[in-house]
Each structure stands twice: as C-alpha cells, then as structure tokens.
Ligand binder design. Structure first.
Ligand SMILES: Cc1ncc(COP(=O)(O)O)c(C=O)c1O
Length: 405
C-alpha cells in the first residue's frame, strides 16, 4: 500500500478544472460587470458571455441562440420536464403551429436508466397525475443486458399521444451509448419532441445535434474539466420552452438570474478545449480503459464487465466483483489511494442497489458489488498498472470475509 499515492478514477462524477480553464478563469475574475447592464463593464461581460455561448454551441454543432445557461445538468433536465408539464396543463401558450402539432399529446417516454434528475422529474409528473392535478402518462422503457434501450418496447410505447421522448446519450454508470439518432427519428416519426441528456457523452464522443435531430439536449460543464454549477439546456430554434426560474429577462426570458460570468466563461474555455481535443481524448481514454479492463480480467477470477462491449464511453469501466461488497471495496481502494465510485455520485450514500445495474438484469448482490472506474486526462499507464496490481488482494480479502455465497 502506498500512503502518499492518490489516483483519481472518478471522472464521471466530476473532473478537476484543467490548467488552461483555471488560468482563463483567474483572469476572468475581473469581469464583474452585470451582463444585463448597458454601460461598458456590462457590455464587456455580455460580449464575453456571447463568445462563450458560441464555444459551447460549437461543441455540439448547435447555434449560439439555442444555448440557455443554467446552474447545471440537473436544472436543465428539470426544465425540459417542466416545459412538458406546461404544455400539458396549458400554462405555456404555444404558437398555432405547435398547438396544432402537439394537440392532445400528454405522454412522456423515458428510459429506466436515466440519471435521477430525469427519473425523478418524470416521477414527479406521474405523481401529479396520480393526484389528479395533471393529465399525463409517463412510460419507462426497459433496457437490455448491455444497457441498450429495448427498441421493441420503445416502438410499442410511441403513439400519437406521445409528447416527449427523453433518452440519455450515454449512461453515467455503465457508459453504454444509445443509438440516439434512431431513437430521435422514431420519436419524430410519431410527432413527438425529443430530448437527450448528453452530460456524460459531451466532450467524450462526437455529437451533432443537427445530424442526430436532437430537439433538446442537457449539458454540464463540470464533466469536461470546467467549473461546477454551470450547465446548458440546448433547445432547437423555435422549439417550445418554459422557464423553471422566473424573474428577469436573462437568456431571452428562459432563465432568470444575474449571469454567472465566471462559470459561463469557464464553460466557454472548457468547451473550446474539449472540441479541439476530442479525437485525442477518445484514443487515449480507450487505451487506458482497455488496459485496466484487460488487467483486471487477467488478475481477478470471476468478474463481470457491465455495459455494452463496443458502444461504450471510452473512459468508463463498470465491473462487478461477485462475493465482495461495493462499499467495502471502495473503502479499501481509498486506503490504497484509488478513488472510484459504486454508482452515480448522486446515488451513493443510498443503500439501494444501483437502478442502472438492476435494469440491466444484475441481481442485487452483483449490483451491490460493482465499481465504476472512470478515467480521465490526469490518469497515466503507470496509474492503471498500480490499480491492476492493487485490486486483486483487496478482492481476495473481501471475498474471504464475505458472508455472501
Ligand atoms: C447523465 C447525467 N445527467 C445529469 C447530471 C447532473 O448534472 P449536474 O451535476 O451539472 O447537475 C449528471 C451528473 O452526475 C449526469 O451524469
């Protein structure tokens, strides 16, 4: 055990701010003007924010006016479901074209493995409906053993009542990448709106909202080596949108509150770098992840890799260690200086087995004994080899102590 060593392999939970973004943000600390003010300081802040908007839009092939800055991915996802609710209950006054297109639609389709901020937003609308205050139906579509959306179940769920389909591009726990283009095409064929939570995919794989025909997309800066507390809801030009935060007319009236200059400017820089490094990132991460996967498979008997074998984020490796308990594995890893996670950071602390692993058919014991390694730009081959060397005795010891068969 190396007391001083620390290897961070929890990049899906969050990333450190990169040196370039940090340097830019330190300089930008001086940009204090309220971007809504008309004077020179206000205009300067505004101009810089508009530059950052272009940089963020460019990362996903969108246009700057389609970017709404939010406090993060959770808020952006909530805003999409709030918009759907506002369409169903009539709070949002639609243009005649949209009113005609969306008339009588009150069903929402999402997947069983979404991030809790989508799942709980969907469940909230289901609860309102149960209480009789909203007339809405929510359908959770299952996934297969690799975490891919069950396309037959999805097709069966779609109808002329479908208002919104929300399916994440890549899963935060197992890394499985969905065929978003095909899922969006089917949603559109049925006349529905299509949203994708691209928080984990963004900056890791190429994304084009135009080519994939994504109407709404959720993004978050702290997953791409930028600051926390800043995210984006991409909403295609002219698509219905209803503000979650009411107040001033910032963000075209879609998200009130004084502009978060520093967060937005940090996001701009992080997005610019992510776009420039995308190809390299994929190659480097895939090599590190595969080295880790092959090393663990070689050195530890009876383990299972979760997620799709090919359509998976290049940096994500989710491993089940039957006979060992996830929290105990994590604690031993932490003592050895290795930081990873048992599931999504938002779900950790709960004793419930991961809803994602349960959805791909893992039994509760396996779901409890799984570790998510997510590598990132600070990880070296040497770090990977240290993990490969350190894990076998940890698993062996915990399995020997285990009361689980
Ligand atoms: C897939 C996914 N969606 C949404 C979020 C929430 O983003 P934020 O932390 O910016 O609220 C996360 C973060 O863990 C995520 O992984």
């Amino acid at each position: 055990m190396n007391e001083t060593r620390k290897i961070y392999m929890d990049y899906n939970a969050t990333t450190p701010i990169s040196a370039e973004v940090k340097a830019q943000m330190i300089e930008d600390l001086n940009i204090y003007g309220n971007a809504s003010s008309m004077h020179a300081d206000g205009r300067h802040a505004r101009n810089r924010i508009e530059e950052a908007r272009q940089q963020v839009a460019a990362l996903i092939g969108g246009k700057a006016p389609e970017i709404v800055f939010t406090s993060g991915g959770s808020e952006a996802n909530n805003m999409v479901f709030h918009t759907a609710e506002s369409i169903i209950d009539g709070t949002l006054e639609l243009s005649p074209q949209w009113a005609d297109k969306l008339k009588g639609r009150n069903e929402i389709i999402t997947s069983a493995i979404e991030h809790p901020c989508v799942l709980n937003s969907a469940k909230y609308l289901a609860t309102l409906s149960k209480k009789g205050t909203l007339n809405c139906k929510v359908i959770f579509v299952p996934v297969d053993a690799d975490g891919k959306l069950d396309m037959d179940a999805y097709k069966a769920a779609l109808s002329d009542k479908t208002l919104l389909v929300s399916v994440m591009m890549a899963n935060n726990e197992i890394g499985t990448i969905q065929d978003v283009k095909a899922i969006a095409a089917l949603a559109h064929e049925a006349g529905a709106l299509f949203h994708s939570d691209i928080v984990q995919a963004c900056g890791k794989i190429p994304i084009s909202v135009g080519d994939m025909r994504i109407d709404y997309a959720t993004m978050s800066c702290h997953k791409i080596y930028g600051p926390k507390g800043i995210g984006v809801l991409y909403a295609g030009s002219g698509f219905p949108l209803y503000p979650l935060i009411q107040g001033g007319h910032q963000e075209d009236g879609m998200r009130a509150g004084t502009y978060n200059n520093l967060g937005i400017l940090g996001y701009g820089k992080a997005a610019e770098l992510a776009k420039a490094n995308l190809a390299d990132y994929g190659k480097t991460m895939r090599a590190l992840r595969n080295r880790l996967r092959d090393g663990l498979l070689k050195n530890i008997p009876n383990i299972k890799i979760n997620g799709h074998p090919e359509d998976v984020l290049p940096n994500t490796l989710n491993v089940s260690f039957p006979g060992a308990e996830g929290e105990a594995i994590l604690l031993s890893m932490d003592l050895a200086g290795i930081e990873a996670s048992t599931g999504s950071a938002c779900a950790s602390g709960s004793l419930e087995p991961s809803h994602v692993l349960m959805a791909i058919g893992a039994n509760p014991e396996l779901a409890h004994g799984s570790i998510r390694f997510s590598v990132g730009l600070g990880v070296t081959e040497e770090d990977i080899d240290y993990v490969i060397e350190t894990m076998p005795p940890i698993i062996k010891r915990l399995r020997a102590m285990s009361t689980i068969d």
